[in-house]
Design a protein around this ligand. Structure first.
Ligand code: NDP
Length: 500
């Protein structure tokens, strides 16, 4: 497979469809320098219908392929993903602005791991139901049936990883998918479709449509779509879930967060700072689970800030293909404007203390990168719970330090939000850490670390942060529906209609 930045067209029936109807096009932009990489043709309703039709035609055969055979095909796709790791990572770097040091070690690697996990799971009985003797002459058996044609709608922060987190369990369970990447990061989708095809996934099982929210909305409402798996903002998720509920479709919603990190009084300051930096500056802060509200004991605040300021020099922006670079630009101009407006709000309206960074453009970047969407990694301190920078999901590299006096108080403040995606605790006394984790309202929690999300670990948000989970055994369950069958073996039917 050649990895060229060629123009993108709706992909169905196993190939890009340049002659399919499109409703205009947009440019895909490299966020490190603001330059166009290629044209993306928006899928028109007619082309989306054709992609859904392609999936529907493929469904009877794919869903009746034995799970172990599907697993073998998907394992070949895993091998191809790993073989092309660096080429795909280059694409993700150009599309998202994430440093190659990150995309080449995380994005494709973890996506392939998830595909391998679900292939292994269905290949080793993960789709088996249960059976039991109800009484001596009757039994019940259950089966896990695929749902049909499913829609995957992705956000722009982990494009190929999100595509794999959705398509891996979807396809492994015997469903077909029509996938819409974010218009900001569409490049991976055609490569993934091509790799699936090369691995032996039949034509029509994985299809791609392109465009903005209207394309996602059309997919969501389409009567043939049985399930919508969505990753994105809470406000969009509410629209998508509402539209899907109106048609009784299954949904999985992976939405935003404003997650707390609670540093306990016995924590090692150095370790706490490392966790806080990973929870705020990895992927330039564009991670749904980021721990942006950092609760620090008042007595530790000065030393925490001193070590943090010292370590901020390890955040290195620059040429994205330089192995030393670990901090990229934001993914789009519109997102950069949003993040900078929050930083300005933090200074001017919230009146938090600016410890590092700020709204000015970063200095020291190579001239070729000056038109990219770069911001400074920023830390505010002396924050209070009512500030906009503390309450709203900024989705950028903006940390808020909140001092506390008692652990119970920190837990209460950490939970005082409508969101509940992730939470974390740092401390030396692991029993105390578990005690705090147990009281934090979040679907994902970390103790003395931040951000690792292996294939085996089911992840999903509480409260407004989502519905359902992805990954782990539970992640497979959300791509199947249950059928329970009761078998009577006694020869006579219990009927009330046997006599006058
Ligand atoms: P958006 O909600 O803006 O968009 C997500 C996807 O939905 C995009 O493909 C978008 O299209 C599409 N879309 C927009 N409107 C509609 C609609 N009415 N119907 C159907 N689809 C629609 O999110 P972002 O792309 O800005 O992603 C960032 C958000 O994602 C953050 O809030 C982050 O927390 C969250 N996120 C959550 C994760 C989780 O696992 N919980 C993981 C990663 C991110 P387009 O953008 O092309 O217009």
């Amino acid at each position: 497979m050649a990895f060229k930045d060629v123009d993108r067209y709706t992909f169905y029936a196993g190939q890009p469809q340049p002659t399919a109807e499109s409703s205009g096009h947009f440019e895909s932009i490299d966020p490190s320098n603001g330059e166009s990489t290629c044209k993306i043709y928006n899928s028109s309703p007619k082309s989306i219908d054709a992609a859904i039709q392609s999936a529907q035609s493929a469904f009877p055969s794919w869903s009746s392929t034995p799970p172990v055979e599907r697993a073998r095909i998907l394992q070949r796709a895993v091998a191809l993903l790993r073989k092309h790791n660096d080429a795909l990572a280059r694409v993700e770097t150009i599309d998202t602005g994430k440093p190659f040091s990150e995309t080449s070690t995380v994005d494709i690697v973890t996506g392939a791991d998830v595909l391998e996990y679900f292939a292994n799971l269905v290949g080793s009985g993960g789709l088996n139901g249960e059976s039991f003797r109800l009484r001596p002459d009757a039994m019940v058996y259950t089966s896990k049936e695929p749902l049909g044609v499913c829609a995957g709608i992705g956000a722009w922060n982990y494009p190929i990883q999100i595509a794999l987190w959705k398509s891996a369990p979807c396809l492994a369970a015997g469903n077909c998918m029509v996938y819409k990447p974010s218009e900001f990061t569409p490049l991976h989708a055609e490569y993934l479709a091509g790799l699936y095809r090369e691995a032996g996934v039949p034509d029509g099982v994985f299809n791609v449509v392109y465009g903005a929210g209207d394309v996602g909305a059309y997919l969501t409402k389409h009567p043939t779509i049985a399930k919508v798996s969505f990753t994105g903002q809470i406000s969009t998720g509410k629209k998508v879930a509402g539209a899907a509920a109106g048609e009784m479709k299954y949904v999985t919603m992976e939405l935003g967060g404003k997650s707390p990190l609670v540093v306990l009084p016995d924590a090692a300051v150095d370790q706490a700072v490392d966790v806080a930096m990973m929870a705020n500056f990895y992927s330039t802060g564009q991670v749904c689970t980021n721990g942006t509200r950092v609760f620090v004991p008042r007595a530790m605040k000065t030393s925490f800030e001193r070590v943090l300021v010292e370590k901020m020099k390890y955040v290195r922006a620059g040429d994205l293909f330089n192995p030393a670079t670990n901090f990229g630009p934001l993914s789009s101009r519109v997102h950069k404007d949003k993040v900078i407006s929050y930083i300005k709000h933090g200074v001017a309206s919230d009146k938090a203390t600016l410890l590092c960074g700020g709204p000015e453009p970063p200095t020291g970047l190579p001239a070729a990168l000056r038109d990219g969407y770069w911001v400074r990694p920023t830390v505010f301190t002396d924050c209070t719970d009512d500030m906009a920078i503390v309450k709203d999901e900024i989705f950028g590299p903006v940390m808020a330090i909140l001092a506390y006096d008692a652990v119970d108080e920190a837990v209460g403040r950490a939970n005082a939000t409508d969101m509940g995606l992730a939470a974390g605790v740092v401390g030396r006394d692991v029993d105390a850490c578990h005690g705090v984790v147990a009281r934090l309202q979040a679907g994902i929690a970390w103790v003395n670390t931040w951000g690792e999300s292996p294939a085996e670990m089911a992840v999903g948000g509480w409260k407004q942060s989502g519905v359902g989970v992805e990954n782990g055994r539970k992640g497979l369950e959300s791509w199947v529906r249950n059928k329970s069958t009761l078998v009577e073996m006694g020869g006579s039917v219990a009927t009330v209609f046997s006599k006058l």
